[in-house]
Design a protein around this ligand. Structure first.
Ligand code: GLC
Length: 645
């Protein structure tokens, strides 16, 4: 961007600010923050839209929208903006831990959260993600990801006022709220889509529409299908309009046309509207798909990053207390830029899901081997990011895609196709000796790809163990679950606990009886909260007590272990012992060496090797006990986990 236009725009912004009903201090701060981020906002926008006929007008509207949003920002949130600007690492700290749930499945609706504040606080979470709760289309809404109104809450769950009440109540207990903002598409019932359908060309330009199959066919040559089994194809014919509409996901989810600067403007307004309701984290859904380019898969195109950087800059100007989480379930190479890289370091997303860590956890659990996990996490990921970190998780509401590349498999002597088939077989319980219970998802005979559904507990072996009543198998399943949580709590990032996993909730097949859900097997691992089982959480002899107590303990130890701060690099170690996964968190107070035993056997780790990795104290900071060495080795039980400083 040329200095000249930067100056021009700053002056124009100042004029908007001076005309607004804002007090002196708010004006000064807003101007300062504009100066901080104007370049980050307008350089990408110039690149994206500089040649677009509407851009000059949109740019002026954007300036006004930023000022309006600031004017509407409640005083308490302005104070939180200051706090977050003073302590920008607030979300990187060891005290952060997340809990993810559907409001209806948790406790009925938004107001129901107020009755469960003690439960959340006791678990030790500081961040709650309400799964999609903006007004969805009627009927099947892809779990709420088919939104017809971004400014309204799903009436079945409450109102915007309820959202504000709940975010305030949570904030008073130190908990932030994360909400989904779907960026790639709206429901076909959204007002924009309705107007497009009525023939308004300005709104047809909000989406990707084609009169005939020429371009769809051309794009289709390189596109892949996201839901090949239940929603094949990427385009949907609408006879009422006489147009093909781009629908990457379901037929009712119309892809937004981000090459139109008006979409950017509208989404900024929505984003700031939600920020002003007290939302602290926006989970930007399906971002990889936002930019279309002929001849490509239309995923992770460079323009996606420009858009996300510009969105980030807009929120830094108006609502610095808001952070952005990118939902991009893509390969490591494609994923890392979502957390900012090179000149964009610290300026794109603040959070992204560590899909590889999740996949590798399940892969090692099944194979009892860790060389692939060590190789992948060591080779493809930087040790730290600037002002950004991972969301670490074992399970979420989506299926698991066995994202292991042929190259990585070969590097450790495995066959990619065979290992992926093994994992799909293992986690559906088809592999002989498997402890897991799960279901196939979107099997694609063409590519041989099979994804997997299942709850954390069922995939970890709890369901089969309970059926057999084998105490040892139950024990192993509980330890697998706890080892996983100890892993995501120490790896670096915000550990995200998926509702029910803290109680060992099993696969739930009730969705098969619901006509709106039965086509989508992901509902298998979205069971309603079981409050009767939650009642048993303090009984340490019960399964619920062991898992809930174990996770509570892990989060409490995490809070007390400063090494875990997400800004501290995570160096993957190669212990050279098959079955052990290890990393060191390099912190100013010395390293924290974390080890996990994925094998079914007792292993011995030479003390010498641990000392070489920086261990100075023979104390396990996770169990909070001293470690007893035997013959200069550390005895390490199956499913063991240990944090040594
Ligand atoms: C994201 C969501 C997934 C949804 C898709 C389409 O991937 O996690 O549940 O189906 O976006 O919105």
């Amino acid at each position: 961007m040329k200095i000249q236009s930067a100056l021009g725009i700053t002056e124009r912004f100042d004029r908007c600010v001076d005309a607004a009903d804002l007090d002196r201090r708010a004006r000064d701060l807003l101007k300062l923050r504009f100066r901080r981020s104007a370049e980050d906002l307008f350089a990408p926008l110039d690149e994206l839209y500089g040649a677009h006929r509407d851009f000059a007008a949109v740019r002026e509207e954007l300036l006004a929208a930023l000022v309006d949003a600031q004017r509407e920002r409640p005083e308490a949130l302005r104070l939180r903006d200051l706090a977050c600007d003073l302590e920008p690492d607030w979300f990187l700290r060891p005290g952060m831990a997340g809990y993810v749930f559907y409001l209806d499945r948790f406790n009925g609706n938004l107001a129901g959260v107020l009755d469960k504040l003690d439960y959340l606080e006791e678990l030790g979470v500081s961040y709650v993600h309400f799964m999609p709760c903006l007004k969805p289309r009627p009927g099947d809404s892809d779990g709420g990801y088919s939104v017809m109104d971004y400014r309204e809450i799903n009436p079945a769950l409450g109102s915007m006022r309820d959202l504000e009440t709940v975010t305030e109540a949570l904030a008073a207990r130190g908990m932030s709220v994360c909400l989904d903002l779907v960026l790639n598409h709206t429901a076909k019932e959204h007002a924009w889509a309705e107007r497009a359908r009525q023939g308004e060309t300005a709104f047809q330009d909000f989406y990707w529409m084609f009169d005939d199959r020429k371009l769809p066919d051309a794009y289709d040559r390189t596109l892949v299908e996201v839901f090949p089994a239940h929603a094949p194809g990427n385009f949907t014919w609408h006879p009422d309009m006489g147009k093909w509409v781009w629908t990457t996901f379901n037929e009712h989810q119309w892809d937004l046309n981000w090459s139109n600067p008006r979409i950017f403007l509208e989404i900024v307004k929505v984003m700031l509207f939600l920020a002003n309701r007290g939302v602290a984290v926006l989970r930007l859904d399906a971002v990889a798909f936002m930019w279309k380019r002929l001849g490509t898969r239309c995923q992770n195109e460079p323009e996606v990053h420009l858009i996300l950087q510009a969105l980030r800059a807009a929120s830094r100007i108006v609502a610095p207390a808001l952070i952005h989480k990118a939902e991009a379930i893509v390969s490591p190479r494609e994923l890392i830029p979502y957390l900012g890289q090179g000149r964009h370091s610290g300026k794109e997303g603040n959070l992204a899901y560590h899909n590889s860590l999740m996949v590798q956890f399940w892969s090692s659990l099944a194979s009892r081997q860790t060389s692939l996990m060590t190789h992948v996490l060591r080779t493809h990921f930087p040790e730290s990011f600037v002002n950004a970190t991972w969301g670490t998780y074992l399970r979420c509401h989506d299926d698991i895609g066995w994202a292991v590349t042929d190259e990585d498999a070969t590097a450790v002597g495995l066959s990619g196709p065979r290992h992926r088939a093994f994992l799909a077989d293992f986690y559906t319980g088809r592999h002989p000796g498997s402890f897991a219970r799960g279901g196939d998802f979107q099997s694609d005979p063409g590519t041989g790809d099979r994804r997997t559904n299942g709850s954390c507990a069922s995939l970890s072996g709890l369901e089969t163990a309970l059926e057999s009543g084998d105490a040892e198998a139950i024990d192993a399943a509980v330890h697998r679950i706890l080892m996983g949580h100890a892993l995501i709590a120490s790896f670096g990032g915000i550990p995200l606990i998926y509702m029910g996993d803290e109680l060992g909730l099993l696969n739930d097949h009730s969705y098969e009886r619901d006509p709106h859900l039965r086509h989508d097997g992901r509902w298998m691992h979205r069971p309603p909260m079981d409050w009767a089982r939650a009642e048993r959480r303090h009984d340490r002899s019960s399964i619920e007590g062991r898992i809930h107590g174990g996770i509570r303990h892990i989060l409490a130890r995490r809070r007390d272990t400063p090494h875990i701060h997400a800004a501290n690099p995570t160096e993957i170690l190669d212990p050279g012992i098959e079955g052990v996964f290890a990393f060191a968190r390099r912190s100013p107070v010395g390293p924290l060496v974390c080890l996990f035993n994925f094998s079914d056997r007792w292993l011995s780790i030479p003390a010498r090797q641990l000392a070489a990795a920086g261990v100075r104290e023979w104390r396990d900071r996770l169990a909070d006990v001293d470690v007893v060495l035997e013959d200069d080795t550390l005895p390490f039980p199956p499913q063991g986990r240990i944090w040594l400083s």
